[in-house]
Design a protein around this ligand. Structure first.
Ligand code: ADP
Length: 292
């Protein structure tokens, strides 16, 4: 289905499901940090998932929809289909496939590991970046393509977050951070191949879909190094060991990854410092000190 751009939820529903189909039920879904979310029941008996926010955030929904489409393209892992993006009289909205709840398969984590690894191994071109910019949380994420991963991570990831965070940092952290950034090419390798990554994959952005398997949501997708994705999965508690073992069967993880992990997560911690404040400063300072 081609994604629609429309000016009301009702017109999206009738364009997608037929002129006589109406929204007959609207249930609030809890859990979103940023947007309001609903399950819409349709007169046809189907459901769709709706996210709403103020009209100025339309671009964020367009970016999310483009990320979902890109991640769906290789067909390796469940990703909800974006159906329509628009802005009505008051609000921006994104309508996507609704994932009805189901219980997890016994091999949920192994399958998740295998399928994410397959996504990371799928053919995705020869540059690092994405055709359009998107957002990490609500911070703009610049994706202008580059040939080198390390240069991309430097220019498009760490430098913009460092500029935003500069006023929040003490002198010691500024010195350490500057030293890390200057020596990045001695700390990080170029990957053997580029990977399309979800970009914001923590446990809150994976959900059990109707097939009992993990589906991935709310992406900040771009072509990068899969090690950066694995690092993010470990940032807030991590996934079970079974996930990483299975991942490694399909896409082997280099033994040097452990030493680099916190450096990739530097990007997310700086972003958290910028978005949520000084409670993240000690984490940022200690990573800067360790790699300086
Ligand atoms: P936000 O962008 O505000 O963080 P999320 O995308 O995380 O919102 O969605 C909020 C909640 O709705 C999630 O915790 C998840 O459980 C649920 N959810 C997200 N996408 C779907 C979907 N396509 N189908 C069913 N439930 C969903």
């Amino acid at each position: 289905m081609t994604m629609l751009s429309v000016n009301s939820i009702d017109s999206a529903i009738s364009a997608l499901f037929g002129p006589s189909v109406r929204v007959v039920d609207r249930q609030r879904v809890a859990g979103g940090d940023i947007n309001r979310a609903y399950r819409l029941g349709l007169s046809s008996g189907e459901y769709v998932f709706l996210k709403c926010n103020r009209a100025g955030l339309l671009d964020m929904f367009n970016a999310e929809a483009r990320g979902l489409e890109a991640l769906r393209a290789p067909g390796t892992i469940g990703v909800p289909e974006p159906l329509a993006v628009g802005v009505d009289a008051t609000e921006a909205f994104l309508i996507m496939e609704y994932l009805s709840p189901a219980s997890r398969r016994a091999d949920y984590w192994e399958t998740f590991g295998h399928e994410l690894a397959a996504l990371h191994r799928a053919e995705c071109g020869s540059y690092f970046g994405f055709p359009t910019d998107n957002y990490i949380g609500s911070t703009p994420q610049i994706n202008t393509p580059m040939d080198s991963w390390v240069a991309f991570f430097h220019e498009r990831r760490l430098i913009p977050q460092m500029k935003l965070a500069w006023g929040l940092l003490d002198d010691r952290t500024r010195r350490d951070l500057t030293s890390v950034i200057e020596r990045l090419d001695t700390l990080l390798p170029e990957p053997a191949f580029p990977s399309l990554i979800h970009g914001d994959l923590w446990s809150g952005n994976a959900l059990c879909g109707p097939d009992g398997k993990a589906w991935i949501l709310d992406p900040a997708a771009y072509v990068g190094y899969f090690e950066a994705e694995l690092a993010m999965t470990e940032l807030f508690g991590g996934f079970p060991e079974r996930f990483y073992r299975a991942y490694n069967e399909v896409n082997p993880i280099d033994c040097g990854y452990r030493d680099r992990r916190d450096l990739y997560n530097f990007y997310h911690l700086l972003n958290h410092l910028n978005l949520f404040g000084l409670s993240y400063l000690s984490n940022v300072s200690s990573i800067a000190k360790r790699y300086a």
